[in-house]
Write a protein that binds this ligand. Structure first.
Ligand SMILES: Nc1ncnc2c1ncn2[C@@H]1O[C@H](COP(=O)(O)OP(=O)(O)O)[C@@H](O)[C@H]1O
Ligand SMILES: [Mg+2]
Length: 328
């Protein structure tokens, strides 16, 4: 069973009676499976927070279907099994790590005794052991986010929803947060996280969706997106005709001469065995290999391609519209 199911979800915000309508989600469909870390990626304003808010019942949907843990999104029965770390969350400054957990735990209906029983282990998990007595205004941004994670996990939820968990956190703090997320996943929980930070999502998620201006542009496994495309880049020394005849029948691309008989090019291969074959053929032909590397497509490449493509299409549309409507 999918933990989150969203089908053709739409959200329109209306600002004031005469104000413009903002179409924040334009028919979004996605499924999150139990036990995975699912990353919803997109530039600011893409609609990520809106999607989360609909799931949690903080804002209402305009059209479409959204269920969480088998219950209608926003229903109390689904919410009690969810931990949530909001974007730009604020913990009252006068609280300590310990009292903050008491405060949030009580809000979710836990007894103080149950909170005390879980608190130490949770602070340990998020790397805040020994800091529970300190006031949160002495915490770094990374520590505040980790305390926010502890708060989200306190009532042992099945699903954890995190809105920009690493925003504003330094690289060391981010790596600590990633570690905590992996630990939460190892406990069998499902994590749904929003981020505009691509590399972060790539490092931690199993699957991602790319959202741009309210539309899902891509849903894919991070492995599929970032694993090598079975393309290798080679730099070799030898006559070009020797190289091409040694590798006859293979697609060679992106030739770049690099000086006397030095060539750099890309070659597509079907598997690792074929890589060995390519090397053997080149060596047999007396071609010397200087460098060889597997080319990877990063999530960032995919993301930028998608967002730029959308940008180009929008610009083209605007130009066409502009031509159709002559100025008066
Ligand atoms: N309460 C609101 N009223 C009006 N417009 C809103 C409201 N919340 C968000 N929006 C608009 O909806 C769009 C998506 O916003 P949001 O979901 O916050 O995106 P993201 O989290 O991806 O940055 C933006 O254009 C934003 O200005
Ligand atoms: Mg947001």
């Amino acid at each position: 069973m999918a933990v989150i199911e969203v089908e053709e979800l739409e959200k329109q915000y209306k600002s004031g009676f005469f104000g413009p309508t903002i179409h924040a989600l334009k028919g979004v469909s996605l499924h999150v499976e139990a036990g995975e870390i699912f990353g919803l990626l997109g530039p600011n304003g893409a609609g990520k927070t809106t999607l989360i808010k609909i799931l949690l019942g903080i804002v209402s949907k305009t059209r479409g279907k959204a269920t969480m843990l088998g219950e209608p999104a926003g229903s109390r029965r689904s919410r009690v099994r969810v931990g949530y770390l909001p974007e730009h969350h604020r913990i009252p400054h006068h609280l300590t790590g310990n009292t903050a957990l008491e405060y949030y735990g009580c809000l979710s209906g836990m007894s103080v005794r149950a909170i005390h029983e879980k608190r130490e282990a949770l602070l340990e998990t998020v790397g805040l052991r020994g800091r529970g007595q300190d006031r949160v205004n002495t915490y770094s941004k990374g520590m505040l986010q980790r305390l926010g994670l502890a708060q989200a996990m306190l009532h042992d939820p099945d699903l954890i929803i995190l809105d920009e968990p690493t925003d504003g956190v330094d690289p060391v703090g981010r790596s600590a947060i990633r570690r905590v997320l992996k630990q939460i996943k190892d406990q069998g929980k499902t994590i749904f996280l929003n981020s505009h930070l691509l590399q972060e999502v790539e490092l931690v998620s199993d699957r991602v969706a790319i959202l741009d201006r309210g539309e899902v542009k891509l849903i894919a496994g991070v492995q599929d997106l970032t694993s090598d495309q079975k393309t290798y880049q080679l730099s070799v020394v030898g006559a070009r005709d020797k190289i091409t005849s040694a590798l006859e029948g293979r697609e060679l691309s992106q030739w770049q001469p690099g000086g006397e008989n030095v060539h750099s090019f890309c070659i597509g291969v079907e598997d690792d065995g074929a890589v060995d074959y390519v090397v053997d053929q080149l060596r047999k032909a007396g071609v010397s290999i200087r460098a060889m590397s597997a080319r990877k497509t990063s999530l960032e490449d995919a993301f930028i391609d998608i967002v730029e493509e959308a940008e180009v299409q929008r610009a083209a549309k605007e130009t066409t519209n502009g031509k159709k409507t002559p100025s008066k």
